[in-house]
Design a protein around this ligand. Structure first.
Ligand SMILES: [Zn+2]
Length: 293
């Protein structure tokens, strides 16, 4: 009869290795999943990098871009927009990833739908998953697919790169609403872009922060959940000051959960923060208007 060890591939060395990892993890002061998180993400990046090795490639100072023949004439624009996002995103988050970021350009929606980790809306222009920025070809959604200016201001790169930099900084220690709020805040600040619809006005009631915290992706009015997330981050940066946002990010980096990071940074409890954000949003967040849109 085979022993337990013999049934495990790698047997004794694997068990010793796992025991060592457990020992090291238990000695690290931050939460263990934050220690392992970057290793798992790095493994996913290596896997995607390998699987897309036959695609065409373009390298810029901070990015590797992979694309198909169909985007040979849009890759320059993507490269320009990615580099344009680099400085404002890293400056706002006060953090820069060590290595170059991989960007994949899918030629059409069908290709993106079949992509790694795709869970987004069918009308999305891109998404961040597994340490890689994945975007839809500008040709698939832009009116003038050669307008660099339009691509920079309305395209997905500043938004998705913010998700990526936060993921590196906080090593998974953030909530869905916080990363969506931060990504929209950077888009708003840098490009003046806001996602406004007739259904996401903040003058009435919205979701509770408990709902945003626990079921962000399951909330039926996603436009509203996103809008509230932007308001929550703008309130920190614009009312309490940029230094407070930097402090919240520093707390996340050290393993403090989002609600506690906000409480400590702003010096108010989470319920008061929710009340203040809602009050501020009613008077300060722009409303959708048919004329303006
Ligand atoms: Zn997003």
């Amino acid at each position: 009869m085979r022993t337990f060890m013999q049934t495990i591939p790698g047997g004794v060395p694997l068990i010793i290795g796992l025991a060592l990892i457990c020992l090291i993890v238990s000695m690290v002061p931050i939460r263990p999943q934050m220690w392992l998180y970057p290793l798992v993400r790095q493994a996913v990046v290596l896997k995607i990098n390998f699987q897309t090795r036959d695609m065409l490639a373009r390298e810029t100072p901070h990015f590797f871009i992979r694309y198909t023949e169909r985007d040979a004439d849009s890759v320059d624009m993507v490269a320009t927009a990615a580099e344009a996002a680099y400085e404002p995103v890293t400056a706002t988050l006060n953090y820069a990833p060590e290595k170059k970021t991989l960007i994949l350009i899918y030629p059409d929606r069908q290709a993106m739908k079949g992509a790694y980790g795709w869970v987004g809306e069918s009308n999305a222009m891109g998404f961040y998953w597994g340490g890689v920025i994945q975007i839809l070809s500008p040709k698939a959604w832009m009116k003038n697919s050669q307008s660099v200016e339009e691509f920079i201001t309305t395209g997905p790169l500043a938004h998705e790169y913010t998700h990526l930099v936060l993921d590196h900084l906080a090593r998974g220690n953030y909530t869905r609403w916080f990363t969506e709020g931060l990504a929209q805040y950077v888009e708003y600040k840098v490009n003046g872009y806001e996602w406004l619809t007739a259904e996401n006005g903040l003058s009435g009631g919205g979701y509770s922060f408990k709902e945003l915290d626990h079921d962000f992706d399951g909330l039926p009015n996603q436009a509203l959940a996103y809008r509230q997330s932007l308001a929550a981050v703008r309130y920190i940066a614009e009312v309490q000051g940029d230094a407070k946002l930097t402090q919240v990010l520093a707390f996340l980096k050290s393993g403090v959960p989002v609600n506690k990071a906000i409480e400590r940074s702003l010096g108010m409890d989470y319920a008061s923060y929710e009340t203040m954000v809602n009050l501020w949003a009613q008077n300060n967040m722009k409303q959708y208007s048919k004329i303006a849109n």
